[in-house]
Design a binder for this molecule. Structure first.
Ligand code: FAD
Ligand code: FES
Length: 368
């Protein structure tokens, strides 16, 4: 901490200062500052997942459980932005929390899980997302939550907001007999994980089940085999009476969407990663700056360009927010979700493409 402050002084001594620089140095979380947060604590959840509790800047506008926040961190000198679901409802101490699972070859998630430390400043955006529960005041419906792997995070955020838990997220023992502050809610949670030790928030869900707050159906791949969505009704016999909220890998969500569509059942999903089709050939991506990046046909142009040090606009990184759109003036790209090819040339004029879900399909040029 002291070293970081000294380094910051040294950096500032070498550049012209404006008053905000001094204010940022002593109070980076002040009202009016660029929105940031300070990591307060890091708690391991499993061998490769951890919860980060963050004190957000004064201008944090709050969130609705189920929403996500975009976090910007500098990894090896490059600012990287990723989305993470908020894993608490609003807390009494005003802190927020995210729970990150380290992806094996990931850039940001291993950094957050294994290298982030209390005291570290991170960049934040305001919370967003529509994976939220409806108004529960009048005649609440019966719910089914289907969670797989790190997809449990937004659901835990919702559950912690509905039931009496402590700030650490476990069910409050003083409230066990009262069971819930959401009496009347009928919630079944189908929670899928590779194994019990790898189950993020498994213990919290078991505690909520034991207190009578939810009906938990835990499914571990190593014990029960991979969940066959077509047999979901065996696990949840009154499936037809429930509104389903699901979060997990693309394959499971695709299967659930097809299953629910066939039965005409309501479904809300939150997807962390897009499902992609077979990759195409790839090509070179040229930018106005003169930089040219060789990208394979499986990698989003956004990722390929960032890896080559190009500063790119981005948002959700999965085709939802349009925060990554850039004009393509020439060439062809392939939509990684469905294989559709988009082309641009002098005749068509610039065509806007989402770089987070588009791969090069031959040479192309972006106006950026
Ligand atoms: C709305 C939203 C909410 C999210 N909430 C959470 C959350 O609560 N907890 C959490 O851990 N993650 C969450 N994510 C995923 C998160 O934003 C990152 O995508 C993830 O942490 C990987 O980032 P990375 O930089 O480590 O990997 P990258 O460097 O971006 O990717 C490296 C490799 O990992 C693959 N990959 C990327 N994302 C995933 C993934 N989610 N699972 C498996 N492989 C992946 C890529 O295809 C690539 O091959 C959320 C994503 C979205 C869009
Ligand atoms: S970053 Fe959100 S659509 Fe591309």
């Amino acid at each position: 901490m002291a070293t970081a402050l000294l380094r910051r002084f040294a950096e500032l001594a070498a550049t012209p200062l404006v008053p905000d620089d001094y204010l940022d140095l002593f109070n980076p979380l002040r009202p009016g500052a660029e929105l940031r947060g300070r990591i307060v604590s890091v708690h391991p959840e499993t061998a490769d997942a951890a919860t980060l509790v963050i004190k957000p800047g004064a201008d944090w506008a709050g969130h609705v459980p189920g929403q996500y926040v975009r976090i910007g961190v500098d990894v090896d000198g490059v600012r990287q932005w990723r989305a993470y679901s908020l894993t608490h409802g609003p807390r009494r101490d005003g802190h927020i929390s995210i729970t990150v699972k380290a992806v094996a070859d990931g850039t940001v998630s291993p950094y957050l899980v294994h290298r982030s430390r209390p005291g570290t400043l991170v960049h934040l955006e305001q919370a967003t997302g529509d994976f939220v529960l409806p108004d529960l005041d009048v005649d609440p419906p019966k719910f089914l939550f289907v969670t797989a792997g790190s997809g449990v995070t937004p659901v835990v955020g919702m559950l912690r907001n509905l039931f009496p838990v402590t700030e650490s997220g476990v069910i409050d023992p003083k409230s066990r007999s009262a069971a819930t502050n959401a009496a009347g809610l009928d919630i079944t949670v189908v929670h899928v994980a590779p194994s019990e030790p790898d189950s993020i928030f498994g213990a919290d869900l078991v505690a909520l089940h034991a207190a009578g707050a939810i009906n938990l159906v835990a499914r571990y791949d190593d014990t029960h085999g991979v969940l066959d969505i077509n047999r979901l009704v065996d696990l949840v016999p009154d499936l037809h009476e429930r509104i389903t909220y699901a979060c997990g890998p693309g394959g499971l969500l695709d299967a659930l969407a097809a299953h629910h569509e066939a039965l005409g059942l309501p479904l809300h999903v939150e997807q962390f990663k897009i499902s992609t089709v077979e990759p195409g050939a790839g090509g070179s991506v040229a930018f106005n700056s003169g930089v040219e990046v060789i990208a394979d046909g499986a990698t989003p142009i956004l990722t390929a360009a960032e890896s080559a040090g190009v500063l790119m606009p981005s948002g959700c990184r999965m085709g939802i927010c349009f925060g990554c759109v850039l004009p393509m003036t020439d060439g062809a790209v392939r939509d990684l979700r469905n294989g559709a090819i988009t082309t641009a040339d002098a005749m068509s004029g610039p065509v806007k493409i989402q770089t987070c879900i588009s791969a090069a399909a031959g040479p192309c040029r972006l106006d950026h």
